[in-house]
Write a protein that binds this ligand. Sequence first.
Ligand code: GLU
Length: 419
Amino acid sequence: MPKKYDPYQNMCDIMDEAASFLGYAKRDYEPLKHPERELVVAIPVEMDDGTLEVFQGYRIQHSSVRGPCKGGIRFHQDVDLNEMRALAGWMSLKSAVVNIPYGGAKGGVTVDPSKLSRNELRRLTRRYTAMISPIIGPERDIPAPDVNTNAEIMGWLMDTYSMLKGYTIPGVVTGKPVQIGGSLGRQEATGRGVMLTVVDYVNYAKIEPATCPIIVQGAGNVGLTAALLLKEKGFPIVGLSDVTGGVYNPAGLDMERAEKHIKGGNMIDTAILHGGTKRVTNEELLELDCELLIPAALENQIHEGNAGKIKATVIVEGANGPTTKAADQILQDRKIVVVPDILANAGGVVVSYFEWIQNLDHLSWELERVNQMLADIMHKAFIDVISQMNQRNVTMRMAAYLVAMERLVEATKLRGIFP
Ligand code: GLU
C-alpha cells in the first residue's frame, strides 16, 4: 500500500463524484468537505514506574447538520489527524445512510494500548475525556467504542464526564456496560449489522448461504460476532484472522473451537488448527478462495497491490475504509461487488442511537426489541442503497454516498447558513 494514501482526500473525491451525479453546485456540499471542529489535545499520563508520558489525542466533529455529532474513540499507534478526519466524515455519511438523527465525529489517541497497564489505560482515558469534555455531551457529541476501546473504557469516560459536571450523565457516551446504562445488544450490534447486510445481499443476488464460503479478516468485536452469526445462518466460515495472522480451511473452520479460544483471551494460533486447517498471514488470507470476503480490521487492507488477486466475488466492509480508492477501481473493473462500510458496518451506531434514546428517557429495552429495530433500519438502508444503485447504474459505494449526500445536503439547505 502506498504510504501517502490519504483516506480523507479519498472521501472528498468520492463526495465530488457523488455531487456531480446529483447535479450539486460546489456551494451545496462544500461544507461537507471540511470538518466543523477539530480538537487536538496533549494528554499527560503518570506511568506505573513513576515516569511521565504525553500522548497526542483528537476529537474531530465532522458534521452536526442532521443532529449531534456521533462516533467512536480509537486507541491505536497509527492514529493521526487525517485518519481521524476520514473516520469522522464516514460517521456523518453512515448516520445519514441509515437515516438516524446524528452527525459524525471521531476521536482517538495515538497509543499502543497493549503496552499500557490497566491503570495507565484508565488514567489515559480519564485525562483524555477531561480534555475533550468542553466539546462533548449528550446534546452535542456522543463518543462510543472503536478499535481497541470497549465497554469498560466507555464506563470510565461516562464517570469522568459525570464527575466534572457533578451528576450522572449516561447519555454522554454509548457502548457502556449494561449495568450503568448500556443497551442490550450494543456490543454485538456492528457484527450483527454486518450479518444482516450479508443476508440482505445474498437474498438480493440469489446466492445460497451454503454455497457462499466466507473469509473474515479480523476477529475483534466486529469480525468474530459477524463470523459466528453468519455461521448460524448456514454460511461456511473458511478463514479468520487477528493481528497475529489467520487460519484457513476450505472445508470450513471449527467456529465453536475458534470462539472458545478467542473469547478465552487468546490470539489465533495453532490451538485452533484441526483437520486440514492451515496457518496463513493476514495478507495471504485476503487472497484465498472464497465467495465473500469481510475485511473487519483496519483501513487500507485492500489496496492496488492485492486488489487484482482477490478471489471473492463480493466484499462486505466490516471495518471503516478497508478499501483504497485505487483498489476500488480495480475491483469494479473485475466486477467484484463491494458492499460499502457506511452501510455494512452501521449496525453499531444504530444501536448506539437506541442506547442514547434509552438513556435520555431513562428506559431499558428488551434485547428482542433492539435486534428487531436494528434489523428494520438496516434493511431499509439496504433497500435505499440498492434502489439508487439500480436507478443510476453506479457501484454500491457510490449509491450509498448518493443516499447520504442527498440527506446531508437537504438538511444543510433547510437549515440555511448561519448567520
Ligand atoms: N465506532 C463505531 C463505528 O465506526 C461505532 C460508532 C458509534 O456507535 O457511535 O461505526
